[in-house]
Design a protein around this ligand. Structure first.
Ligand SMILES: Cc1cc2nc3c(=O)[nH]c(=O)nc-3n(C[C@H](O)[C@H](O)[C@H](O)COP(=O)(O)OP(=O)(O)OC[C@H]3O[C@@H](n4cnc5c(N)ncnc54)[C@H](O)[C@@H]3O)c2cc1C
Length: 385
């Protein structure tokens, strides 16, 4: 049975301890952890099917795979090899880790598995239901039936990069975003080892990267960058890249491919992410690495902190405890990554990108790239109190 089959139907006088807006990884995980602590949790999600309109490539890094029990049947083969290319794709820099570094999630079943875990913990999930605003502790929802309202003690904004909940709670909002899009298709195997190919070409991916992930089971071919800097738009950039993308020799692109895409906040964790009425998690909180644009590890790690803080507030009846959920304190740990993001944003011409490769080909450059790509960094643990 899928989440759509058991989607909760809202009643006229529904209420919950916590209303979670958004059934991405951050929302589902926060909801599950809260329900396991005995709280009554309602998740509302505007999509009608969690396996559709996926917005992520789904690359999980080693530290996430080590620390969280993701269902192994929802993960692709381990990847140890990364190849970095300049705009002309010549003389790429190949880096191989002695350890398994990445695995690509099969995201449709993985979201379904997360929702099933939430439901098993007692979370009610209402699909096809959009959060539309609030008045105090009454939250307005628009869904398949009549518009309705629910009362909740706290609200969790897990509603992505352009969070409506953040706006309504007067919390900080993401201002520094890139946009990404990719094509995904199945592969019948590969003679090459599973590889993550990254192309630094500002005409394809202005301020970020174009990528091909080929793990032998699926190919992901995508680009991401600053929306206003794509010379002829994001869609055209994906098309252009997919015609010349490395790492796919001998692979025939099928006529129909899955398309994914969306905004990615890269300004670092926001400072004000909680107030007496609720808090933000995941993309809504800006919890994405400004350098790698990885947001899946933060979703899982930050939701643990969010659930702990909400549990304390619900048990003590003291909403002041939500002040412990402080983005400003955690944000300082992003300083290095924010600096490198600024550097990447400055790569505006193919000539600058090619020059960066002169440095990257040196032993120092390779060691620095390996540290970023194969390092142990993840979303920071909360500051000790
Ligand atoms: C193209 C692309 C590729 C990426 N690849 C990777 C990667 O490989 N590895 C990695 O670590 N990170 C990657 N990221 C980033 C990562 O996917 C995100 O950081 C992460 O998925 C965010 O999860 P979330 O739960 O915070 O938000 P989301 O997954 O965006 O979930 C938010 C949910 O809220 C719902 N919602 C929004 N508004 C409302 C509303 N008003 N009412 C009800 N529901 C609402 C949305 O429908 C959505 O389901 C990528 C991002 C993009 C765009």
């Amino acid at each position: 049975m899928t989440t759509a089959d058991r989607s909760y139907r809202l009643g006229a006088a529904d209420s919950a301890d916590v209303l979670v807006v958004g059934a991405g990884l951050a929302g589902l995980n926060t909801a599950t952890l809260l329900a396991r602590q005995g709280h009554d949790v309602l998740v509302v999600e505007r999509r009608t099917n969690l396996a559709a309109a996926i917005r992520t490539t789904g690359i999980f890094v080693r530290k996430t795979l080590d620390d969280f029990p993701l269902p192994p049947d929802c993960l692709g083969p381990p990847i140890r090899r990364v190849v970095l290319y300049p705009p002309d794709l010549r003389r790429p820099v190949s880096l191989t880790s002695p350890r398994d570094e990445y695995r690509v999630g099969d995201m449709a079943p993985l979201y379904e598995a997360s929702a099933a875990a939430a439901a098993a913990a007692g979370v009610r999930i209402a699909l096809g239901t959009r959060y539309a605003g609030r008045q105090g502790n009454t939250f307005h929802l628009a869904g398949r039936d009549e518009p309705t309202a629910v009362r909740a003690r706290f609200v969790v904004g897990a509603d992505g990069a352009r969070s409506r909940v953040a706006r309504d709670l007067a919390l900080d909002r993401n201002r520094h975003l890139i946009v990404g899009a990719e094509e995904v298709f199945e592969l019948a195997g590969s003679h090459e080892p599973p590889t993550f190919h990254c192309v630094l070409d500002p005409s394809l991916a202005p301020g970020y990267l174009a990528w091909v992930v080929n793990d032998g089971q699926h190919a992901h071919v995508g680009v991401a960058g600053y929306a206003d800097r794509y010379p002829d738009g994001l869609r055209r950039a994906v098309e252009r890249f997919s015609g010349s993308a490395p790492g796919l020799s001998g692979v025939e692109r099928p006529g129909t491919v899955e398309r994914r895409g969306g905004p990615i906040p890269v300004g670092g964790l926001l400072r004000r992410i909680s107030c007496a009425d609720g808090l933000l998690v995941g993309d809504a909180a800006g919890a994405v690495s400004p350098l790698t644009a990885g947001g899946l590890d933060p979703c899982l790690r930050q939701s643990e902190l969010a659930a702990d803080v909400l549990n304390d507030a619900l048990r003590s009846g003291d909403s002041d405890t939500l002040a412990n959920y402080d983005g400003a304190a955690l944000r300082t740990r992003f300083r290095g990554r924010l600096m490198l993001r600024r550097g990447l944003a400055q790569v505006r011409t193919p000539t600058t990108a090619a020059a960066a490769f002169t440095l990257l080909r040196t032993p120092f450059g390779k060691a620095a790239a390996s540290r970023v790509l194969f390092g142990d960094r993840s979303f920071p643990d909360p500051t000790p109190k």
